[in-house]
Every structure is written in structure tokens, then in C-alpha cells.
Design a protein around this ligand. Structure first.
Ligand SMILES: [Zn+2]
Length: 283
């Protein structure tokens, strides 16, 4: 499942195809993905110019010149394919139409942006740009972890008195936006905090250390995604799922990377999700 850095990478990858460009034609090949598409979506997209792309949490938002904003969510298995335009050093020719190509945007610069989603957990919607923050998918989301309102004071305040494990609290999108399982595991490892520790029982000093670590871990992953775009050669133009080496995520049974630590990384399940951590370094 794509997390914030992957979504940021997909946004950067589709930007050259979409920003400033008019949508000449929108093929909408089915009535829904996870939820029904908005009424007349193809007609509302056709002829609209994309003013710019933004990201909010794990949603890509494309502001159109008609006062509407196209929301794109990759869900579990959604993929964006860009063709007919250069990504980094590489030009990807248009692929043959494929099964699960649910929405295809034909841009005036000759680019094509294809949303392909075999499992259909993804979503697209059209929002009134002026009131987009009130949209039901967006209104309850907490601050962006890379934004100015997410800081030490905020996080200490939000976690005070919380009985849930710190892992669960950091996954709560109302507390901080866009953090997913992979990066929460990485952050807690770097912070030396045990994932089962109750959020409200961690000292303010230790909670405060999480904020710069969250920013660093995400920034590193976004940078890795950016370099994957510059060296982008996947033949079908698929975006977003770059190789990235994690210190604990997926490393069960491997030696802990902390120098001097002789333990191996363990996996437990919390709220149905795998947690990877070092039982020695994380307390
Ligand atoms: Zn360790």
C-alpha cells in the first residue's frame, strides 16, 4: 500500500504530464472504484485545465480551472501510468490498453495518464475547490507531518492521556496525516521507543524526539522516490513503487543495525498490522 512518500513520488511523476495542460478527453471505463465516481465525471474533466497538483495525506489533488479539484487515491493496488512524455531521462510510449485501466486522461501535450487498479480499492472524486477541506475524506485528517502546524507541542498535546499503543496512535490519521505502517515502524526504531508502549505514558521529552524523526524518515523516502524518477526506466511507465531499504520494516529475523546490539528484529501484530522492532533498542 502506498504511503505518503510514494504518493509524493507519483504526484511528481504525473506533474510533467498534467500541470498546465488541458484534458482533451477522459475515458471513464466503469461507474466506480471503491466508491461510485461523481456524476458526469468524464464530461466534467473534458476540456478542463490542470492548474497544479498538490498532496494532502495520501490523496493527490489536481486543481482544475473550473473551480473543481480532482481527488485521486491509489488505495491498496492503484497504479498511475504515464506515457507519451518524458519522466526523468526516459520516454515511455503509450502502452496497449490493459485490463483494469479504469480512467485514462488524454492530455493536450500528447501525454496519457492511466489509472489502473486491479482490486479497485482506489478512488477518484471531484470536489468543489473552495470547500475541499470539508470533503468527507479530508475534513478529519490531522496536520501534515512535513507542515508547520505539526510540531513538538502539538504532538505532546495530542498524545497526552492516550491509552493506545504509540504505534496505533501514530497511525491515527486524525493525529497526523499520511503516516502508514512502514514509516511508523522506522520512526519508532530510530526513536528507541517500544511500539507497544502506551502513548500517554511516554515522557514529553521522548515524544518530542518523534517529530524531527518523522520528518527525516519521510524526507529521506521522498528523496529516494525522486531519484527513482530521475532514473526511471520501467517500460510501462508505472509510478511510485520504488525500491527502498528499511532498517526494521520487513526485516524480521535479521540482525539489528544498531552498533553493539546483538538482537534480531522481531515481528508482532498490532491492530491487524505487522510491527517490526528491536526488543533491545526499543523500550
Ligand atoms: Zn537493537
Amino acid at each position: 500500500m502506498p504511503e505518503l512518500p510514494e504518493v509524493e513520488t507519483v504526484k511528481a511523476g504525473i506533474a510533467p504530464a498534467m500541470e498546465g495542460q488541458r484534458i482533451l478527453r477522459a475515458d471513464v471505463n466503469r461507474p466506480d472504484l471503491r466508491w461510485p465516481f461523481p456524476e458526469n465525471m468524464a464530461a466534467r474533466l473534458t476540456g478542463a485545465r490542470v492548474l497544479g497538483l498538490r498532496r494532502r495525506s495520501k490523496y493527490i489533488l489536481a486543481d482544475l480551472d473550473r473551480g473543481e479539484t480532482l481527488l485521486i487515491h491509489l488505495g491498496m493496488s492503484g497504479r498511475m501510468l504515464v506515457s507519451g512524455v518524458k519522466i526523468g531521462e526516459f520516454h515511455h510510449p503509450h502502452p496497449a490498453p490493459a485490463k483494469h485501466d479504469h480512467v485514462v486522461l488524454h492530455m493536450e501535450n500528447g501525454a496519457r495518464v492511466t489509472f489502473n487498479d486491479a482490486r479497485r480499492f482506489g478512488a477518484m472524486d471531484l470536489l468543489d475547490t473552495a470547500t475541499q477541506d470539508d470533503h468527507w475524506l479530508i475534513r478529519d485528517i490531522g496536520p501534515e507531518p512535513l507542515g508547520n502546524t505539526f510540531d513538538e507541542t502539538y504532538l505532546v498535546d495530542r498524545l497526552r492521556g492516550k491509552n493506545s499503543p504509540i504505534k496505533t496512535a501514530l497511525l491515527d490519521q486524525r493525529i497526523v496525516a499520511g503516516l502508514g505502517n512502514i514509516y511508523v515502524c522506522e520512526v519508532l526504531f530510530r526513536a528507541g521507543i517500544h511500539p507497544k508502549r502506551k502513548a500517554g505514558q511516554i515522557s514529553a521529552r521522548r515524544v518530542a524526539t518523534l517529530v524531527p524523526l518523522i520528518r527525516t524518515v519521510l524526507a529521506e523516502a521522498i528523496a529516494a522516490g525522486g531519484s527513482s524518477l530521475r532514473d526511471y526506466r520501467q517500460s510501462d511507465g508505472e509510478l511510485g513503487y520504488f525500491q527502498h531499504v528499511f532498517q526494521v520494516y520487513g526485516q524480521e529475523g535479521k540482525p539489528c543495525l544498531t552498533s553493539g546490539c546483538k538482537k534480531t528484529i522481531q515481528r508482532i501484530v498490532q491492530s491487524g498490522r505487522s510491527t517490526f522492532f528491536c526488543p533491545q533498542c526499543q523500550r
